[in-house]
Design a protein around this ligand. Structure first.
Ligand SMILES: *Cc1c(COP(=O)(O)O)cnc(C)c1O
Length: 234
């Protein structure tokens, strides 16, 4: 087996164990393979194990890989910071965007999503620890933003995403995830059944168990699938 295949086996086992321990169906958690900085060969190896969804942070790098791998029918998720002048290519090439931190970006993505494609799935990024350096909406802003975004035609609001400050203690890791979960529940309490949000994008290599205990539906895993990233790149 390739290293990537072995790693995926291990991550899937962790996901399964956490889901079962939390009383959840393991199939209710999607494993998103974060492939930023990785070559197309590694992505192909991951795809061969049955992974269909890949996360990318840098548009130019992503577009090259999407083109090279187009015959594989993969689903691409944009999870990095978004500049306004990049929205068109994101709207045209991705299935999901997890990192919506400004209303204007959502408006542009909706306007630029080709009508021949399914609506773009989006998550609102929440700066749950209120870190000054981190992108995203504050929790307080979310209810109003949800109302605004519900009006946009070519995007489908699926849920919330967060990247909390790194912590080692498993109990401490759960706190921001619990906050994101209760924010989602609060929003859903005010939405019609057909509009309810079904996605919590939270948990990475170091804290995916904590996120699954708090009802994550997508965990975004890079390092534990593909190995350590070259720190000079990111
Ligand atoms: C890089 C990245 C990940 C993956 O992090 P790992 O610690 O390598 O698993 C997840 N989410 C986002 C938004 C990222 O930028």
């Amino acid at each position: 087996m390739h290293k990537v295949e072995e790693n995926i086996e291990r991550v899937k086992a962790r996901l399964q164990t956490a889901a079962v321990a939390g009383g959840r169906d393991p199939n209710s958690v999607m494993l998103l393979a974060v492939s930023k900085t990785r070559d197309t060969k590694s992505i192909q190896q991951a795809a061969q194990t049955g992974i269909t969804d890949f996360g990318e942070n840098y548009l130019q790098e992503a577009l090259e890989k999407i083109d090279i791998l187009k015959s594989l029918g993969l689903k691409w998720h944009f999870i990095g910071p978004i500049q306004s002048n990049k929205t068109r290519q994101i709207a045209e090439n991705f299935s999901w965007v997890h990192s919506i931190g400004r209303l204007k970006i959502a408006q542009r993505l909706s306007a630029q999503r080709p009508s021949t494609m399914a609506p773009l799935n989006i998550c609102l990024q929440v700066n749950i620890d209120q870190e000054a350096t981190k992108a995203g909406f504050s929790g307080d802003e979310i209810p109003l933003v949800v109302e605004e975004i519900a009006q946009l035609p070519n995007i489908k609001l699926r849920g919330l995403m967060t990247i909390p400050a790194a912590q080692h203690d498993p109990i401490a890791q759960r706190l921001p995830f619990a906050q994101l979960r209760s924010l989602l529940e609060k929003i859903n309490g005010s939405l019609d059944n057909c509009k309810k949000l079904d996605t919590l994008s939270m948990g990475m290599s170091a804290d995916l168990e904590a996120a699954i205990f708090e009802q994550a539906t997508i965990v975004r895993v890079g390092t534990d699938i593909f190995g350590p990233r070259n720190k000079t790149i990111l």
